[in-house]
Ligand binder design. Structure first.
Ligand SMILES: Nc1ncnc2c1ncn2[C@@H]1O[C@H](COP(=O)(O)OP(=O)(O)O)[C@@H](O)[C@H]1O
Ligand SMILES: [Mg+2]
Length: 318
């Protein structure tokens, strides 16, 4: 049960019509009486808390300081185009086409696919995908600041999530949630705190009610941590794979071309796979810097082969 000070806070919030405060205090009351599992009583309390939160947010929505909870998603780097595999290319084209034909689809009671989850190792292009999609749709992109949204103050995380989504509904944007496993964590995890379980519930509910003209892109490299119920909420689930040998060669050759640098190697001399595109591009960039500084525009074969062998070693030792 709540102690007398907390009880007084709850009553005061109710008397003052302070919905957000009241919702926090009701959550606290539910926490204080809930043992291992929710009971009918605590479930009812949670519902009341949720309804008070919604009321509070409706009052505050236009005034609420959502600033700081998101930051702009940077537009794609115009000097570097990713080499996507066919699946990813077709997916991007499909999403753009559907969004542009929103009216046609809605006239037939269909909505464009607008809830996307990308999984894959770091450096496989998840953020780049979100950024390119936002540019191609002509929609401003924002990144959720998970570090700011998740708060240690009771009820604040839920309020922050609701604020971000309410603002998204009003502003028609692309929302990118990186490391979404933090907000969509498995609810069966015994170490989980009640507040984070409720956060996952709220994000799932917000995904369900996402307007057709907003886009949500979630990304994670820890897909095993994601709540099972979350998967089916997404219209598109894509795993960004590490490139095979042929694709790795393409990425390397493509990058050399972008930089206008020659390499004294045949594509078949490049024998590397399962290394992230980010590392491949970084290695080409480093080789190119070295070469240019030495006064040449052609990377010598031994330098090239050694650099990719070292990269292979480095990755296999990780
Ligand atoms: N398919 C790709 N082809 C070429 N470069 C890529 C590709 N995917 C990623 N990159 C490079 O890797 C960098 C990091 O990509 P990023 O989108 O941040 O990966 P992630 O979000 O999956 O960690 C990008 O700036 C880009 O230079
Ligand atoms: Mg990223």
């Amino acid at each position: 049960m709540l102690n007398s000070t907390e009880m007084l806070r709850l009553v005061r919030a109710a008397c003052n019509g302070d919905h957000l405060k009241l919702s926090q205090q009701i959550d606290l009351l539910a926490d204080s009486v809930e043992k291992a599992k929710p009971t009918a009583y605590t479930t009812n309390l949670r519902r009341l808390a949720e309804s008070e939160r919604e009321k509070g947010l409706a009052v505050n929505a236009s005034l609420a300081p959502v600033d700081g909870l998101t930051e702009p998603l940077l537009p794609p780097d115009g000097t570097h185009k990713p080499v996507w595999d066919k699946t990813v290319r077709e997916l991007l084209d499909g999403l753009v086409a559907e969004y542009k034909k929103l009216d046609v689809l809605t006239a037939h009671n269909l909505a464009p696919r607008n809830r996307i989850i990308l999984t894959g190792a770091p450096g496989t292009g998840k953020t780049t995908f979100a950024s390119i999609l936002s540019e191609r749709l002509g929609l401003d992109g924002v990144i959720l600041r998970t570090d700011r949204v998740i708060s240690s103050q009771l009820g604040k995380t839920l309020t922050n999530i609701a604020l971000v989504f309410d603002r998204l509904h009003m502003e028609r944007k692309l929302l990118f949630i990186d490391e979404c496993d933090m907000l969509l964590a498995r609810r069966d995890n015994s170490h989980d705190v009640a507040e984070m379980r409720r956060a996952t519930n709220l994000v799932l509910q917000k995904i369900d009610t996402l307007p057709d003209d907003c886009i949500l892109v979630c990304a994670t490299n820890m897909s095993s941590l994601i709540d099972r119920a979350a998967w089916r909420r997404f219209d598109v689930r894509v795993h960004m794979t590490l490139p095979d040998k042929a694709t790795s060669r393409l990425i390397i050759m493509h990058r050399l071309k972008e930089l206008n640098i020659q390499a004294d190697v045949q594509p078949l001399d490049i024998d590397i796979e399962d290394v992230s595109p980010a590392l491949l591009v970084q290695t080409v960039d480093n080789l190119s810097r070295k070469t240019l500084i030495s006064g040449s525009e052609t990377i010598p074969t031994d330098l090239f082969v050694n650099a990719f062998n070292s990269l292979k070693m480095e990755v296999s030792n990780q």
